[in-house]
Design a protein around this ligand. Structure first.
Ligand SMILES: NC(=O)c1ccc[n+]([C@@H]2O[C@H](COP(=O)([O-])OP(=O)(O)OC[C@H]3O[C@@H](n4cnc5c(N)ncnc54)[C@H](OP(=O)(O)O)[C@@H]3O)[C@@H](O)[C@H]2O)c1
Length: 314
């Protein structure tokens, strides 16, 4: 076992990612805490199944070596504020010496800098973290990217259980791990959204147009069709969560390139919002049926053609 397995790590909250990370840490000997005030029965169940100890925020402040914030991006500031408020109101001897905080959410660099300001006058080193990949499972691990203005704390973040890559070097600091995630997610989820938008638009023209689009993609862009078949089913149940993430990416693009370019991911946020409403049945439930039908046909067509001879064109 790792010599660092005596660490006490708070992971808040216990969603798909938080519980997966919590389980991995607990399986490797760490004591894993979480706080679930106001959370659903499902989060409580996930936390218990993952071997996480459900405690108060004050207990986290007094016991944790690390706090990993893994919450919906829109809640990242709120959680950090609650944690820093709990730290401020704790008696000095009820604060764990050496406590460090890592925000691991898909937030824009601007948001994460605003969060880091909450820690400015506290003795809690702040790590900007971001996660690329799905929740840890058996032999699979996502990558945690991390950057910080505190080099010593940054090195300590690689505590030997998670797959960690430190973003160091000239100019690197708080904001960079988040920037990396924004660019990566902006490409991967943005690409999927673009395909979905065009399938739905083709189908709105006529079902025959959507079928013709599928056939043309199979002929001239088979890799794009394979991507559609693989990623559209994955995106549907997560669409509600992608909305906030795409809004963060829009802010990120606005800060780097300008107002006009930021509308790309603003539009993608709207697309995911439309999809989420379709998935829940609230509005336009037929979009989900169209996409599922397209994916089923695409899978069949791709299976029937073992080795497509057409080259991808751009
Ligand atoms: N899942 C992935 O594949 C993945 C991949 C990379 C990065 N991430 C990042 O991981 C973070 C969490 O994603 P997830 O997939 O775990 O989301 P999720 O499955 O939707 O879970 C979110 C969790 O946060 C809780 N929560 C909601 N509002 C909260 C608040 N105000 N304070 C504290 N906890 C709150 C929820 O509790 P209730 O539902 O019980 O209210 C739930 O336990 C996001 O920043 C996301 O970008 C996820």
């Amino acid at each position: 076992m790792s010599p660092k397995n005596s660490l006490t790590i708070a992971v808040v909250s216990a969603g798909a990612m938080g519980a997966g990370v919590g389980r991995r840490l607990a399986n490797h000997g760490a004591t894993v805490l979480t706080n679930l005030d106001g959370r659903s029965a499902a989060s409580h169940q996930r936390a218990k199944d993952a071997g996480m100890e459900i405690v108060t925020l004050s207990e986290i402040v007094s016991r944790a070596d690390w706090v990993l914030s893994i919450v919906p991006p829109s809640e990242a500031y709120t959680f950090a504020k609650l944690l820093t408020d709990a730290y401020r109101s704790a008696a000095p001897n009820a604060r764990k010496a050496g406590l460090k905080f890592a925000d691991c959410n898909a937030t824009s660099p601007e948001t994460v800098k605003r969060i880091s300001n909450l820690f400015f006058d506290l003795e809690i080193p702040f790590i900007d973290g971001s996660i690329i990949g799905g929740p840890p499972k058996d032999d699979y691990q996502p990558t945690f990217y991390a950057s910080s203005n505190n080099t010593e704390a940054l090195k300590a973040f690689d505590f030997g259980i998670l797959r960690v890559k430190l973003l160091q070097g000239e100019g690197a600091g708080v904001g960079d791990a988040s920037a990396l995630k924004m660019s990566y997610a902006g490409i991967s989820k943005g690409y999927t959204a673009l395909i979905i938008t065009m399938i739905l638009s083709a189908h709105a023209s006529s079902p025959a147009t959507a079928q013709a689009l599928l056939e043309e993609m199979h002929f001239s862009q088979p890799a794009t069709l394979q991507r559609a078949a693989r990623f559209i089913p994955d995106a549907l149940p997560k669409a509600y969560r992608f909305v906030g993430e795409m809004e963060e990416i829009s802010d990120y693009v606005k800060a780097g390139l300008g107002e006009g370019e930021s509308h790309i991911h603003e539009g993608i946020a709207r697309l995911y919002s439309t999809l989420a409403a379709s998935v829940s049945g609230e509005k336009n439930p037929e979009h989900v049926d169209v996409l599922k039908g397209f994916v089923e046909t695409a899978k069949k067509v791709l299976e029937d053609t073992q080795s497509p001879t057409a080259k991808q064109t751009f």
